[in-house]
Design a protein around this ligand. Structure first.
Ligand SMILES: [Zn+2]
Length: 404
């Protein structure tokens, strides 16, 4: 057989390379090898070292908890301790910080260090608790324009007379200072029951009067529906959230005990479509940060819809080009929010949004086994995401003195 010179060179180079390395199943491999056909995956404990050839390591492999490789990648590295523009955290959960003047002072120090000008407490407060917090905030010269409250709606016992009571409470909460509604929790749809004992669907028509009242009172509705879709999937080694589900078994939603992820999404979307005059902010990018095309379609179809980025940074930061383009296209529809109040975690958000850094760590490895990349948003988009969009949809936020 005649071979062209470059090809024969390549073949002999490959032959040398394969002599230098242990052969799967051959000398040096012992019985650590296995053959697979195209489309098959290697047996447990083996990896595909050459096409069709699987091999087990010569040492006991570490668990995913213990494997912590140090990256040797040397690339520019920009820590961003403070947001480039003053930010509004629309998905704030300060709790004990809203119970005392000292707590508020502590909160102010943490917000200053991060350049968060306003935190929106999305704690579902209502009635006396909301009034108490509003009074504490109003009494603080330093913090009176730094914290705003969302009002909670109780969805327990939905039935005759429920909507009238809920609306009266909402009006009282607005008078006490609430600037919106939320965070409506994932219990709605999952396990909240009606007065008659049946599951309260998110698109139950009994709720429509309350959504209409939110529109009339000019209160945006911040709503969290469902959870990452992997929480409904089998807990096997193909599940991206295996570690999280193994750490927190109560995050699993066995199919026989819960509505499915898609059922909840359908109910949510029915509700959003049926109430076009109400402004909704869907938390956690609607759990579609792993499928921005789907979220984009929702945005296109529903002009009353905005979204918020809390606790899905691991999805934004693993698709820097797609996420960049999504944020630019929907720059008027995305709000910054963080969820769990851990001051040391905010700078990861700033770094993803503001830099073009490559391959850096996320703050919780049980959420994501991968690294993050900066999506490098232009200043004009950052300003909208950090504060402009929240100000536009929320009349009760302090509106003066933002960098325009
Ligand atoms: Zn929340």
């Amino acid at each position: 057989m005649r071979l062209l010179a470059p090809v024969s060179f390549l073949l002999s180079a490959l032959a040398i390379a394969s002599v230098c390395e242990a052969q799967p199943g051959g000398p040096g491999g012992g019985n650590r090898g296995a053959q697979i056909k195209p489309g098959e995956t290697c047996p447990p404990g083996m990896t595909e070292v050459r096409p069709g050839n699987c091999q087990a390591p010569t040492m006991t492999p570490p668990s995913i908890l213990d494997y912590r490789p140090h990256s040797t990648l040397v690339v520019p590295d920009h820590a961003v301790p403070k947001a480039k523009f003053p930010a509004i955290d629309y998905h704030g959960h300060p709790f004990q910080q809203l119970n005392s003047a000292e707590g508020l002072t502590e909160l102010g120090d943490a917000l200053d260090a991060l350049n968060i000008r306003v935190i929106v407490a999305a704690n579902n407060a209502s009635g006396d608790a909301l009034q108490r917090q509003a009074a504490l905030i109003a009494a603080s010269p330093r913090m009176k324009d730094r914290v705003r409250l969302l009002a909670g709606i109780s969805f327990r016992g939905v039935g005759p007379g429920w909507a009238e009571k809920a609306i009266a409470q909402l009006e009282a909460d607005k008078a006490a200072g609430a600037v919106g509604v939320g965070e409506i929790g994932k219990g709605l749809g999952l396990n909240t029951t009606k007065a008659d004992g049946t599951r309260l669907r998110i698109d139950d028509p009994a709720l429509d009067a309350v959504w209409a009242a939110c529109a009339r009172l000019n209160l945006p509705v911040f709503i969290h529906t469902a959870d990452p879709q992997e929480f409904w999937k089998p807990i096997d080694f193909t599940n991206e959230r295996w570690l999280e589900l193994a750490l927190f078994p109560n995050r699993r939603y066995p199919a026989d005990q819960n509505p499915s992820f898609e059922e909840l999404m359908m109910e949510r979307d029915n509700m959003l479509r049926r109430n076009p005059k109400t402004t909704f902010v869907i938390a956690h990018m609607g759990w579609h940060a792993n499928d921005l095309g789907r979220l984009g379609k929702m945005m296109d179809e529903m002009p009353n819809l905005l979204t918020e980025v809390g606790a899905v940074l691991y999805d934004i930061g693993r698709q820097p080009r797609t996420a960049h383009d999504f944020f630019v296209k929907y720059q008027d529809r995305i709000l910054f929010g963080k969820d769990s109040f851990q001051p040391e975690e905010y700078p990861y958000y700033w770094r993803v949004f503001e830099t073009r850094d490559d391959y850096f760590d996320y703050y919780r490895d049980y959420h994501a086994t991968w690294k993050l990349y900066g999506i490098d948003l232009p200043d004009s988009v950052l300003k909208k995401v950090y504060f402009g969009n929240a100000l536009r949809i929320t009349a009760g936020l302090p509106q003066a003195d933002w960098p325009r």
